[in-house]
Every structure is written in structure tokens, then in C-alpha cells.
Design a protein around this ligand. Structure first.
Ligand SMILES: C[S@@+](CC[C@H](N)C(=O)[O-])C[C@H]1O[C@@H](n2cnc3c(N)ncnc32)[C@H](O)[C@@H]1O
Length: 287
């Protein structure tokens, strides 16, 4: 097959033609927007997730879709593409050892820091629909029930505005709360519509949700005592990961903690700023 015909051939059989050029444009756009690398192994996944968008938009090929996201009016569709291609899988108390460590940090250090009038700041840096930051909030309130009376806050951010809105809403199907011990479920959630459970005011008071792209500017003025950035760097290439670790080193207090996903590791120049203190847990070195 000659090169021109090869370029027009669909990579996936289905209702729409997706050529190698279409896929390359989608992958390049996604990487530029979010840092996420769409490897060649993800062609079928990209096709099936975006075919739904083509159907909704009434388009007949990925060439048309690519022209749309490339056009001056493409901003809304770019957001929809990002939402379709990102993986938002999360769970309450996912990787529970991190929450045990956070609990211990409050007992040993952070509760006292807050009670002495200092600011204590935690960050869930790719919070998906809020299960991670609310798990952090439950952990804080279990270790320090009066945390909200002091200057203790959890910042929860994600690139996807839909996820941020769900987190802010704080309402979940009851089965998603299965990993939450019954006592905590009762203490921190209340019945909502149709078998759903909603985060109580005590969790909401501690937690602030905002859209933030880890690749863009970080407008936060103060340093953090702990950062959870879990299961997102895995989607970035090595140079992007290294830049993110270095930025975390700059915005963590000395002695502050960084928690990362189970298949991630701090790499590159930032390694000298971090010492591993447990499973995928790092402490910012003191100068
Ligand atoms: C697999 S979820 C992980 C959620 C949570 N941290 C956990 O471990 O359960 C990955 C999240 O990263 C977000 N994300 C992807 N790229 C991002 C970026 N450049 N900046 C901020 N968030 C991003 C996605 O929207 C998604 O919600």
C-alpha cells in the first residue's frame, strides 16, 4: 500500500474513519493541553471514547472532528475531548497507607502546628471527583476533630471542570462509600436523593475545590504541609514528571510530605529534595 493510501486508512474499524494523522493530531493536542501521553497502544480507547462525541456532534469522520478542535470555535469541544480522554478512576481511601501516614502526621506534628496558630495546608493535586480530598478531610477530622476551628484547609484541584463540580457537589452513590468505615460514613455523610450520600458540612468546611492544570500556573501563595498527587503523573512523559516533582519541592514546606501513586516515583533533579519515608511517600528535605 502506498503512503498516501496508508495515511487515509482507518486505524480502527468502526463507523468512523480515524487515520494515523487524525490520531497524531488528537494525541498532540491532548499532550499540549494536559501533559497526558496517548501512546499508539491507546488508539482503540481514543476511538471508542471520541466516537461518542462524533455521534453527538453529528460528524462523519475524525478528519471533521480534528478540523473542529483546531478551529477558532473549538474551545468547548477541546474541554469535552479532554474529559473523554482522561481517566478519572478514584476511590475513597485509595492506597490506605497514605491516609494512615497523614493521620500520624496530625497526631505527631500538624495538629499542634495548627493549634499554635499556624496555617496548615494540604493539597489534593489531581482530585478527580473528590473522593481523595474528602478521604483526607475525614483523616484530618479523625485525628483532630476541631481542625475547622483552626487554619487548616485542603485544596482540591483537577484539570477537568466536571470532576471539580462533582467534588464540590460532594454527593456519591452509596456503594462508592464502601471503603469508608461505617462509623465515619455516619459521622461525615448524610442521606441524599435516591440512595446517594452527601458530604456533611464538616467535610466541606475544610475543603476548597478549584480547576487547576498541573502544567499551567499555580496561583497558590502559601506552601503546603502535604501534597497528594497520585495516579496522574503516570500519564505524563518523563520530562513532564520531572518538572512537576521539582515544582512540588518548591511549594512544600521543609519536612512536608509528598504522596504519589503506587506505580510512580520521584525522578530527575528533584530527587535531591526528597527522601523516601515509606511506600510512595516522600519528605521534603530540610535545607
Ligand atoms: C486517575 S485520576 C486520579 C485521582 C486521584 N488522585 C486518585 O489517585 O484516586 C487522574 C486525575 O488527574 C486529572 N488530570 C489529568 N491531567 C491533569 C493535569 N494536567 N492537571 C491536573 N489534573 C490532571 C484527571 O482529570 C483525573 O481526574
Amino acid at each position: 500500500m502506498n503512503a498516501a493510501r496508508q495515511a487515509k486508512r482507518s486505524l480502527v474499524s468502526g463507523d468512523y474513519v480515524m487515520t494515523a494523522d487524525d490520531f497524531a493530531q488528537i494525541a498532540a493536542t491532548l499532550k499540549e493541553m494536559s501533559g497526558i501521553v496517548l501512546s499508539d497502544g491507546k488508539v482503540a480507547l481514543a476511538y471508542s471514547r471520541l466516537a461518542k462525541r462524533l455521534r453527538i456532534l453529528g460528524l462523519s469522520s475524525f478528519a471533521e472532528y480534528c478540523a473542529m478542535i483546531d478551529s477558532a470555535d473549538g474551545a468547548d469541544e477541546l474541554q469535552a475531548m479532554l474529559a473523554a480522554l482522561t481517566t478519572n478512576v478514584t476511590r475513597f481511601y485509595r492506597e490506605p497507607h497514605h491516609f494512615d501516614t497523614l493521620h500520624d502526621l496530625f497526631l505527631s506534628d500538624l495538629a499542634q502546628k495548627a493549634r499554635s496558630g499556624e496555617r496548615v495546608r494540604l493539597w489534593s493535586a489531581a482530585c478527580s471527583n473528590g473522593q481523595e480530598p474528602y478521604s483526607m478531610a475525614m483523616t484530618v477530622l479523625t485525628a483532630m476533630p476541631d481542625a475547622a476551628s483552626f487554619d487548616v484547609r485542603i485544596l482540591a484541584t483537577d484539570i477537568d471542570p466536571n470532576m471539580v463540580a462533582e467534588g464540590r457537589d460532594g454527593t456519591y452513590r452509596s456503594e462508592l462509600l464502601d471503603p469508608v468505615p461505617p462509623q465515619s460514613r455516619q459521622r461525615f455523610f448524610e442521606a441524599s436523593y435516591d440512595g446517594h450520600l452527601a458530604a456533611r458540612a464538616s467535610l466541606r468546611e475544610l475543603t476548597r475545590f478549584n480547576v487547576l492544570n498541573l502544567l499551567g500556573a499555580w496561583p497558590m501563595k502559601h506552601k503546603f504541609d502535604a501534597i497528594f498527587c497520585r495516579n496522574v503523573a503516570i500519564y505524563f512523559d518523563e520530562p513532564t514528571q520531572e518538572r512537576i516533582w521539582a515544582r512540588f519541592a518548591q511549594c512544600l514546606h521543609e519536612g512536608g510530605h509528598l504522596f504519589i501513586g503506587h506505580s510512580e516515583r520521584v525522578s530527575g533533579p528533584a530527587e535531591r529534595y526528597f527522601e523516601a519515608t515509606g511506600l510512595t511517600t516522600y519528605r521534603r528535605r530540610r535545607a
